[in-house]
Design a protein around this ligand. Structure first.
Ligand SMILES: NC(=O)C1=CN([C@@H]2O[C@H](COP(=O)(O)OP(=O)(O)OC[C@H]3O[C@@H](n4cnc5c(N)ncnc54)[C@H](OP(=O)(O)O)[C@@H]3O)[C@@H](O)[C@H]2O)C=CC1
Ligand SMILES: O=C(O)[C@@H]1CCC=N1
Length: 287
């Protein structure tokens, strides 16, 4: 089945239109999906209104107002907070019971929530886990995907097509690796934004005006990232090429080494991964 054929037939119902739901909706609409292919169940009326005004998508106030059109290939994207997942899944369960078999494909983007728990709460096996990131908003997202053996090839292709529409997608072979994906790329944009904040404020402390410091920091990140992306060399080799012996870069990198910047980042990413696992353990205890 081609991407185009899948797109035309698919209807996606988002449950939750907050930060990540909005990023995905915006990305999908800019990359081949039509507004009439997307609906959003959003508890917050003003968030829903804003989504409708910005994107023209249908807003549904509550879960029991969902009406699946089973002439379409339906996908439900679970874009609520992990802590809200159980309650939402149980409400959706009642809807799924009345759905024409095999019911919609459920694509969960919730950090930590495991397939066995969501399948149990939803009483539904057609479930895929996805971990996107907010650059999906501009079609530059990267999504990690995991499905178990119960999910067939065409459902995997459908999940992948949706994620590819907002960037790239990679499958992981074991569910526990979804915590690593969450820690590296799901949360990753926040580390990059923190880095940008620090680069900009460092420039300001050295006397640059805010606009100039911002321009230098952002353009450097973009240029260096593109260079690394387009190069066959490891990032370490590219780093060495910037670092003249006894020069300015060496002075900066010495400080980062003394402060164990690399180790600090590894610890931070590990903490994110541990948090994903802990949320999965904790929330999975709920019946
Ligand atoms: N933000 C990110 O970068 C990423 C987030 N994720 C995952 O995406 C999910 C959503 O995160 P995020 O978008 O940041 O969270 P938000 O809180 O921004 O969005 C969730 C939205 O769902 C609404 N909501 C709550 N309960 C219901 C309900 N019963 N029915 C319909 N809507 C409801 C919330 O309304 P209200 O505010 O009124 O509660 C809110 O608008 C999380 O599970 C997170 O782990 C994954 C990858 C990246
Ligand atoms: O912070 C969080 O828990 C979510 C998951 C990945 C990005 N944001």
């Amino acid at each position: 089945m081609s991407t185009q054929q899948i797109n035309q037939n698919v209807h996606i119902t988002f449950i939750g239109g907050g930060n990540m739901g909005r990023a995905l909706i915006s990305g999908l609409l800019s990359n081949g999906f039509e507004a009439n292919q997307l609906s959003v169940v959003e508890a917050n009326a003003s968030t829903g209104l804003q989504l409708h005004q910005d994107f023209g998508v249908q807003i549904i106030g509550t879960l029991d107002q969902i009406n699946f059109d089973f002439s379409k290939n339906n996908v439900v994207v679970m874009a609520i907070k992990p802590q809200d997942f159980n309650v939402v899944a149980k409400s959706l369960n009642a809807k799924l019971k009345h759905a024409t078999a095999p019911g919609p494909l459920i694509l969960s983007i919730a950090a930590g929530i495991r397939l066995k728990d969501m399948s149990r709460w939803l009483d539904h096996e057609r479930c895929v886990r996805a971990m996107p990131n907010t650059p999906a908003l501009i079609g530059k997202g990267i999504t990690g995907l995991f499905a178990d053996a119960a999910v067939n090839a065409s459902d995997r292709a459908l999940a992948e097509t949706i994620c590819n529409a907002v960037g790239q997608a990679v499958w992981v072979s074991e569910e526990k690796l979804m915590d690593a994906v969450t820690a590296v790329s799901g949360s990753g944009p926040a580390y990059v934004f923190a880095f940008l904040e620090a680069m900009q404020s460092s420039g300001e402390k050295l006397g640059l005006d805010s606009a100039t410091a911002r321009k230098l920091a952002y353009a450097t990140l973009e240029g260096a990232t593109q260079l690394a992306h387009n190069s066959d060399e490891y990032a370490g080799v590219l780093r060495e090429r910037v670092t003249s012996k006894g020069g300015t870069t060496a002075a900066a990198l010495d400080i980062l080494k003394q402060l164990d910047w690399h180790g600090a980042l590894e610890k931070a990413v590990d903490a994110a991964s541990q948090r994903g696992k802990a949320m999965g353990d904790e929330l999975g205890k709920t019946q």
